[in-house]
Design a binder for this molecule. Structure first.
Ligand SMILES: *[C@@H]1O[C@H](CO)[C@@H](O)[C@H](O)[C@H]1NC(C)=O
Ligand SMILES: *[C@@H]1O[C@H](CO)[C@@H](O)[C@H](O)[C@H]1NC(C)=O
Length: 353
């Protein structure tokens, strides 16, 4: 009995060592960019926090998801595009010595409806300035044709003026991951910023092979984390028999999956090949899980409930904000400005009631 257990353990240790060794070799062979697991577990918390709808708690970084590995984050800009139900923030993470930008996509309908729609997304516009590069109009314009982009660009410039040349890390989950990719590309191409990293979680495909190839040359420091049977990275579909006409992921995928039996289960992180469509990563399994889409590294993604887009805000943070004619909303403050006063005030107010 005991002997058998040891044998199983030994087999798994061998498997584990083997897969690690193989990943290391692939990494050195194809890519100068090294995947950093610790960084992934930090950025996933930012991608989770951006779903919070209480803007006061988000702006003062006191929300229930604003704890843990993101403690001490200083938000400079928080933008809510009410029209399109999008949200993003930018701030400085001193411990990472970086500007962190995170996006949240639409939550207007149930996640099931949103996922069903993904099957039918066409490659319907040309990415400007890149011949043959096609992307999906809806993903593209969520970042490029809403209040999100001008707010983020403005905040990047303010943060860089104040802090100098920090690294920029862009992240997002699901549709927010698609926006993160467009943002990373935009900062590189249109603002000429060199040190941009992108890390997305459960991101759908956003463009064709030509787009993927431009993208990876321009933003090589990109990792696209996928989780087990998460359905979203499988969408919109990749048709291997129409390689030129189909959606195509950019590299580099990092696939999280589980091996084991009974109580001996390991989470394995597989660094995939440089093609973007490594057949031995998430494509080796059926994408049939919504629940795998909603938890990454044990962190809950998505909203607590799929409510219509709404803004929850304390009037006290309103002085930091401005609203446009369509009701879109930007909260903004100078880098390194203290918001301690605001927190004390609301705590005091809370005690009164
Ligand atoms: C990985 O990222 C963490 C957090 O930014 C950092 O402290 C650590 O040095 C990085 N590791 C490597 C090998 O770059
Ligand atoms: C941007 O949005 C406006 C209004 O929603 C629309 O009329 C215009 O066609 C869009 N432009 C692009 C390039 O998507």
């Amino acid at each position: 009995m005991g002997q058998k257990k040891w044998l199983i353990l030994l087999v798994f240790m061998c498997l584990f060592t083997f897969s690690c060794a193989r990943e290391l070799r692939v990494k050195r062979h194809h890519s100068p960019q090294v995947y950093n697991h610790t960084l992934a577990t930090i950025l996933v918390e930012y991608a989770s926090a951006v779903y919070m709808s209480d803007l006061t708690e988000l702006f003062t970084w006191t929300c229930s998801r604003c704890d843990g590995l993101t403690k001490g984050f200083e938000i400079i800009e928080l933008v809510v595009d009410v029209q399109h139900c999008l949200q993003g923030f930018l701030g400085v993470a001193k411990d990472l010595n970086a500007i962190v930008i995170a996006f949240r996509g639409t939550q207007e309908h149930s996640i099931q409806n949103w996922i069903e729609d993904l099957f039918w997304k066409q490659l319907d516009i040309n990415y400007p300035g890149m011949s043959d590069a096609m992307v999906h109009h809806g993903f593209y314009s969520a970042y490029h044709n809403t209040t999100i982009r001008p707010a983020i660009i403005n905040a990047v410039e303010r943060a860089k003026d104040f802090y100098g040349d920090l690294n920029i890390m862009v992240t997002g989950h699901s549709m927010g991951g698609a926006m993160a990719a467009f943002c990373g590309l935009d900062l590189t191409v249109n603002l000429g910023i060199q040190n941009v990293q992108v890390m997305t979680f459960g991101q759908p495909r956003i463009g064709n092979a030509a787009f993927a190839s431009y993208y990876t040359q321009l933003v090589p420091n990109t990792f696209r984390v996928t989780n087990d049977h998460d359905i979203v990275p499988h969408l919109p579909p990749y048709y291997s028999y129409f390689p030129q006409k189909t959606y195509h992921h950019f590299p580099r995928e990092v696939w999280l999956y589980h091996i084991g039996l009974g109580s001996l289960i390991y989470e394995v992180e597989k660094i995939c090949d440089g093609s973007g469509e490594d057949p031995s990563c998430s494509r080796s399994v059926t994408g049939n899980s919504v629940s795998d889409h909603l938890v990454y590294f044990g962190v809950r993604m998505g909203c607590n409930e799929w409510t219509p887009c709404r803004i929850v805000m304390d009037p006290r943070v309103a002085e930091y904000g401005k609203t446009d004619l369509k009701g879109n909303f930007i909260l903004s403050r100078p880098p390194a400005a203290s918001i301690l006063k605001l927190r004390t005030d609301s705590d005091a107010a809370g005690n009164h009631f």
